[in-house]
Design a protein around this ligand. Structure first.
Ligand code: 5GP
Ligand code: ZN
Length: 114
């Protein structure tokens, strides 16, 4: 997966503003933030997208969601609220083929998203 930008960030080959790290996942700020808090939580081991997840990923997903919560708490948006998003496929707006959970907060989110 030498071409995968998020694998390269996990490996430390590409710099990123890391805000949390666990044994299974890494959280870093999106380089093009869509909200005052915009953090991506990614698995250390490459998984392509949320459409490939199965029961074997249960522990990983629990850790990703727990990491998202601690990121929200660290940014002071846990009380005001935040949005967690997995984009899948072209219509979902997925552009990077390494699973990532968007943590968006610090402003009110539109619903439905545009
Ligand atoms: P997607 O559209 O696939 O759901 O989200 C990919 C996100 O990754 C986008 O919000 C984009 O700004 C972010 N992104 C893409 N490349 C990089 C990078 O090299 N570093 C960081 N920090 N974010 C990136
Ligand atoms: Zn990857």
């Amino acid at each position: 997966m030498g071409e995968c930008i998020f694998c390269r960030i996990v490996a430390g080959e590409v710099p990123a503003d890391v805000v949390a790290e666990t044994s299974r996942c890494l959280a870093f700020r999106d380089r093009n933030p869509k909200a005052p808090t915009h953090v991506l939580v990614v698995p250390v081991d490459h998984v392509a997208h949320a459409g490939e997840l199965g029961a074997e990923h249960a522990d990983l997903l629990a850790e990703m969601f727990a990491t998202a919560r601690s990121v929200a708490e660290g940014d002071g948006v846990a009380e005001s609220g935040y949005r967690l998003v997995f984009n899948v496929g072209d219509d979902g707006g997925n552009t990077v083929a390494h699973l990532h959970l968007h943590v968006l907060g610090g402003r009110a989110m539109a619903w439905p998203p545009g």
